[in-house]
Design a protein around this ligand. Structure first.
Ligand code: THU
Length: 160
């Protein structure tokens, strides 16, 4: 039998078309790029999460002199939220970036490891995480759930 995986996402011409809450969140992600420690790639990534109590938490990539030890903005944020606020789920995450000396007009999308971490978080709290992707300007993509980014992702339920 043949199967097909497809998902829908929304594309907006720019940040002004988001709701007030989501615009605030994307702006927080854009600002969080300034907290990145990225002396090796010069690629500053910022992420912001809206938590279930409506507060906002931020994360930024933190690189290491031993390159593989570095952590992406998304996982820095997820690990921080999971550690500090284990009773709160994440309703929405916005991700942006600023490469030093270059424009950021196009959205970026999380790496494979971060997709797994996002999926783990969704499964842990049983709640979808809406994903907002955009650069510092230009179009914005909105996905209903992080799980759309990782078809056939590994679900830890099988370990129980
Ligand atoms: N990076 C992120 O923080 N998030 C992404 O979605 C993609 C990549 C970081 C890792 C590294 O510090 C730099 O960007 C270049 O890959």
């Amino acid at each position: 039998m043949q199967h097909k995986f497809e998902f829908e996402y929304e594309e907006l011409a720019d940040i002004t078309l988001l709701s007030i809450e989501d615009k605030e969140l994307l702006e927080a992600a854009q600002k969080a790029t300034q907290n990145a420690y990225a002396p090796y790639s010069n690629f500053l990534v910022g992420a912001a999460a809206r938590l279930s109590n409506n507060s906002i938490a931020i994360g930024a990539n933190q690189e290491s002199a031993s390159f593989p030890v570095g952590v992406c903005a998304e996982r820095a944020l997820l690990n921080s939220v999971g550690s500090q606020f284990p009773d709160l789920s994440i309703t929405t995450m916005a991700i942006s970036y600023q490469p030093i000396g270059k424009d950021a007009n196009e959205p970026i999308s999380p790496c494979g490891m971060c997709r797994q971490s996002l999926l783990d978080f969704e499964n842990r709290y049983g709640a979808p995480i809406k994903i907002i992707l955009s650069g510092m300007k230009g179009r914005v993509m909105v996905l209903k759930t992080a799980s759309h980014l990782l078809p056939f992702g590994f679900d830890g339920a099988i370990l129980k």
